[in-house]
Design a protein around this ligand. Structure first.
Ligand SMILES: [Mg+2]
Length: 288
């Protein structure tokens, strides 16, 4: 098989699904709590302690990227643990979180995901933002839901278009009925408490930003907010699933919502909702 230097979105997504199958099969072999808690002893490029789980998942994903490159694809990879890896082009960037929700994965909780996005543009490695993301996959490994999106073509669950509600559900008091919070450190929850009381009826804390974004896309929650800074690897694929579902996302600036760099720096919180009015409310939740 030979690929053009820039494969089409369907080719990327098929490759990301194959990589996810490999990660899922690997995780099924790591069943004891002690094995899931094992650390490699390194810190990833993103700064967190690397779990063996994260490192092995990343290795499996890079094996798929190696195959794409051997078949002719040219790109740069940016991944949570390895950082930047050159596969021949600075105009295509593959943004990878091998496991979003690592803490859930290591404790055996179901909500953890493979998150991979592709961004395309002139020197996107240095200059790219969320607005340059053209396709992505968020694979929720707990329930095995595969969320994908292709810019301009829509968002899909397990390969099928899904119907997202146009608007938030509000309670009779006018509160957002159900909102997902991420980065839910008690300090952040306390600092956001007044805004949460003002806007939200019930909270859900999934523990994986990518998955929380997809739940907004499907209207399972009325909005999401990371209460603290978010990294591009966590949100690059999920934000496209939201926008292609008809929802809205912001990384700190409601006037230029997708202008956030594709790098490993923890930047502004990510917030998402079904409508601009909902977004303005969830944007109040993270404290500064
Ligand atoms: Mg991760």
């Amino acid at each position: 098989m030979s690929l053009p230097p820039l494969p089409d979105s369907a080719t990327w997504i098929a490759a990301f699904n194959r990589a996810t199958d490999d990660v899922r099969a690997y995780l099924a072999t790591v069943t004891t709590t002690a094995d899931r808690l094992e650390e490699t002893g390194d810190r990833g490029e993103g700064g967190d302690r690397t779990l063996t789980l994260d490192a092995e998942a990343e290795t499996l994903i890079f094996a798929e990227l190696d195959r794409l490159h051997a078949d002719g694809a040219q790109f740069t990879a940016l991944s949570e643990e390895r950082g930047t890896v050159n596969y021949g082009s600075r105009d295509v960037l593959v943004v990878i979180d091998p496991i979003d929700g690592s803490m859930n994965a290591k404790r055996g909780l179901p909500s953890h995901a493979v998150s991979i996005a592709v961004a395309v543009g002139p020197n996107v490695v240095d200059d790219g933002t969320m607005a340059d993301v053209t396709c992505g996959l968020v694979a929720d490994l707990g329930v095995d839901e595969r969320w994908t999106a292709i810019r301009g073509e829509g968002a899909f669950l397990d390969g099928e278009p899904f119907t997202a509600p146009p608007e938030e559900r509000l309670t009779s008091e006018g509160l957002l009925e159900l909102v997902a919070i991420e980065s839910a450190h008690p300090r952040h929850v306390m600092a956001s408490a007044d805004a949460l009381l003002e806007h939200v009826h019930r909270l859900r804390a999934t523990g994986a930003i990518a998955i929380a974004l997809c739940q907004v896309a499907a209207g399972r929650v009325d909005g999401m907010a990371s209460l603290w800074r978010c990294r591009a690897v966590d949100a690059a694929a999920g934000q496209l699933v939201v926008t292609e579902s008809g929802g809205v996302v912001s990384f700190g600036d409601l006037d230029d919502p997708l202008n956030s760099p594709l790098d490993l720096v923890a930047r502004e919180p990510v917030v998402a909702a079904r409508t601009a009015a909902g977004l303005a409310r969830v944007a109040r939740l993270p404290h500064r």
